[in-house]
Write a new protein. Structure first.
Length: 334
């Protein structure tokens, strides 16, 4: 059963909402009970923020990172923020006319992406958004309007909606037609309540970064380093700072490396047999083995006490190019 705090998150391909309890059961096997509420959880690829938010609810101090601007805004709004919530006054302020409004969205994204009335509101609201919570609310609003949160196929939904050709819209989009006709204020109030439900304190000063992953790992340290890199066939090719070869092998431990002394085990989830990278199914959740590394050092000082790497089947198809060099750079094994 999903936690209510997850309703605040953005729809994100590959998020770990349903896998969080599974992953943390494995993490707790390597984390002493008396350290569970005083440990630092480092999330190098935050994505939707599901793992960081779940770890925050478990009272870890969170240090998270993602090079994506949307993920960074998510982290600032939900992970770093411990107390400030969205008020009705904050929402009302988004509707105030702004003299700097150049109608950018209205001119460039109607009717392919938005209906005109939504674009008019967004042009004002984004200029009036003073903080990360306001921006995050507007991102949630945008994705609420889009069928299945997708921006493709304008002739399937966007153009017919704007032009009133409702008979041309597929029946599977009926709910999204209703969503687009709801008053903007009503939608924002509903989203406000979902976001506010995920704003709570863990009595820690959490940190959010938007850095190259190598720079991020060089800068921070902690008890648990969680690594969940992008899917190889989707986001990966759009990240300019990483090549497929490097990013794929940074966090994927090849079979022949499991004999190294610092490899201590893999997931003990029900039904798992031998095979480090085998995909297994538990109910409706597909999981892969979790790889753990202990006491990763840099200049003889322990930088991360444990590394938990969630390995994706897609990464197996990519070449292990310079694997030792890149692994040593990330894990800092001495």
């Amino acid at each position: 059963m999903a936690l209510k705090i997850f309703d605040a998150l953005l729809p994100y391909f590959g998020n770990k909402r349903r896998l969080c309890p599974v992953i943390f059961r494995q993490i707790y096997k390597y984390l002493p009970r008396d350290k569970r509420y005083t440990s630092i959880f480092v999330d190098a690829f935050m994505g939707s923020g599901a793992m960081s938010l779940y770890a925050k609810a478990r009272m870890f101090k969170i240090i998270c990172n993602d090079i994506s601007e949307i993920s960074y805004i998510t982290g600032k709004a939900l992970i770093e923020d411990n107390r400030t919530k969205i008020s009705c006054a904050d929402i009302d302020r988004l509707f105030v006319p702004n003299p700097n409004n150049a109608h950018f969205i209205e001119k460039n994204f109607v009717p392919d992406v938005f209906m005109k009335r939504h674009a008019e509101f967004l042009d004002k609201a984004l200029l009036n958004a003073d903080d990360y919570l306001d921006k995050y609310l507007l991102i949630k609003y945008i994705l609420y309007l889009r069928p299945y949160s997708k921006f493709s196929s304008p002739n399937a939904f966007n153009r017919p909606m704007e032009e009133g050709r409702f008979d041309k819209i597929k029946q599977s989009y009926v709910r999204h037609i209703e969503n687009n006709f709801k008053p903007t204020l009503k939608i924002l109030w509903m989203l406000k309540d979902k976001i506010n439900a995920a704003i709570f304190t863990n009595n820690e000063k959490n940190e959010v970064y938007k850095l190259d992953v190598f720079d991020f790992i060089d800068r921070v340290s902690g008890d648990i380093l969680y690594l969940d890199p992008p899917y190889s066939n989707t986001v990966l090719q759009n990240l300019p700072k990483y090549s497929k070869g490097i990013l794929s092998v940074c966090f994927l431990l090849p079979r022949h490396m499991t004999r190294r002394p610092w490899f201590i085990g893999r997931s003990a989830a029900r039904g798992i047999s031998t095979g480090v990278h085998s995909r297994r199914t538990s109910g409706t959740i597909t999981i892969t083995d979790l790889v753990f590394v202990n006491d990763c050092k840099c200049d003889n000082n322990i930088k991360f006490k444990h590394i938990c790497q969630y390995s994706f089947q897609q990464l197996l198809t990519l070449a292990y190019e310079d694997e030792y060099k890149v692994l040593d750079r990330i894990l800092r094994i001495s």
